[in-house]
Design a protein. Structure first.
Length: 378
């Protein structure tokens, strides 16, 4: 019994070959488990997931691939007994061969045409959580956009009047009162700047996309940083010279990486051994629906900003890209929220991995389409 033949034994060899190609195209591990617990068949993703060929897997039982007492075995047994499909979310899975425990979503269903045989599909939570976080980040950005529109109308106009009145009073005030009028002007200016920063979230216009040389963007941002806030920090570049162009807005990409490098520089602080690494690579990416696109796009272009600062506190990590979340005493909490919005507007994904002395912000972006895109390299 194999997964393919049991699913459609009457459709012939040609259709089985088509079904095999279809299963191998799935990004999630899928396998058939016989009534005796042996592996009947598996797709390519399952081979990669368990680290062995399907031919070798057919000589193993499921119980030999996972640790004793694994919940996966209990789920399979439950489906055999009840004949009903089962879904389990965020299940801890440990391999018999060793290695780190991972979280997966588990889908088990009876195998058609087989008494007590089941089909098992796994989905790593890393991908699912990444998609969930991107939706959360974009929802937060939309909330800030609505707030910014309200603040621009309800606050900025009265603040202009307050500032003007303070300036008039300053001309006739004595020295002690003049200090108070200056304080009023400074505080109103600070609030206006905050509202202006929030206004960036209110811009919902489609971005002007073009083919952008991401290495030119990173080099430009590095020069800006070295001329100002990161002048005492050492930079290291690890670029993939064969990386194709990114499809996006150059100015927004400059803003994106400038914010990330500024964030890294602030995490390093006055450390004399401060280092920032900029790297690019071509990697298989998740597929997501990009704004303005009718079909999901692949995100294989990876750009990383890594620093050896103090790291991100564990309690902040789940909310790192949410608006108004900051660990800085004078921070507004809008920098990384704006980064998440720019990445989302480009149809990309941003993730952060943090440990003391090694924090990495990883941006995955779509390839540039040659049609309808202008090429820019500076």
């Amino acid at each position: 019994m194999t997964l393919l033949l049991a699913a459609a034994p009457e459709q012939g060899v040609a259709n089985c070959a088509d079904a095999a190609r279809l299963l191998d195209a799935l990004p999630h591990p899928v396998m058939a488990v016989r009534p005796d617990g042996a592996i009947g068949d598996a797709n390519l993703a399952a081979e990669s997931f368990f680290g062995m060929s399907r031919e070798l897997m057919r000589h193993h039982r499921l119980a030999q691939l996972v640790v004793p007492g694994s919940p996966l075995l209990a789920f399979v047994e439950q489906v055999r007994e009840t004949g009903a499909a089962f879904k389990g979310y965020r299940v801890a899975l440990a391999f018999a061969r060793g290695g780190p425990e991972i979280l997966v979503d588990v889908f088990v269903t009876p195998l058609p045409g087989s008494a007590e045989g089941v089909v098992l599909m796994l989905q790593e939570r890393a991908v699912a959580d990444k998609l969930d976080r991107q939706l959360t980040h974009r929802g937060g950005a939309r909330s800030v956009a609505a707030m910014a529109s309200m603040l621009a109308h309800e606050i900025k106009n009265p603040l202009s009047g307050i500032r003007g009145a303070a300036q008039l009073l300053e001309t006739e005030a004595n020295d002690s009162d003049r200090a108070l009028t200056r304080l009023i002007c400074e505080e109103t200016d600070r609030i206006v700047k905050l509202v202006d920063r929030m206004s960036a979230f209110a811009d919902e216009r489609p971005i002007e996309r073009e083919s952008v040389n991401i290495h030119a963007v990173l080099d430009h941002v590095k020069k800006v940083a070295q001329a100002g806030f990161a002048r005492r920090i050492r930079f290291h570049e690890y670029y993939d010279p064969s990386l194709p162009p990114v499809l996006g807005d150059r100015d927004q990409l400059v803003q994106l990486f400038l914010n990330l490098i500024k964030n890294a520089a602030e995490a390093i602080g006055d450390d004399a051994e401060g280092d920032i690494e900029l790297s690019t690579a071509f990697r298989p990416g998740v597929r997501m629906q990009a704004p303005g696109s009718k079909a999901p796009v692949s995100l294989p272009l990876e750009c990383c900003v890594r620093d050896n600062g103090s790291g991100v506190p564990a309690e902040v990590m789940p909310y790192l890209f949410d608006p108004f979340i900051t660990t800085k005493a004078s921070g507004s909490g809008l920098g990384l929220a704006l980064v998440a919005k720019i990445v989302g507007d480009h149809g990309g994904v941003i993730e952060c991995d943090s440990a003391p002395r090694r924090t990495t912000f990883r941006v995955l972006m779509p390839l540039s389409s040659r049609r309808g895109a202008r090429q820019t390299s500076d």
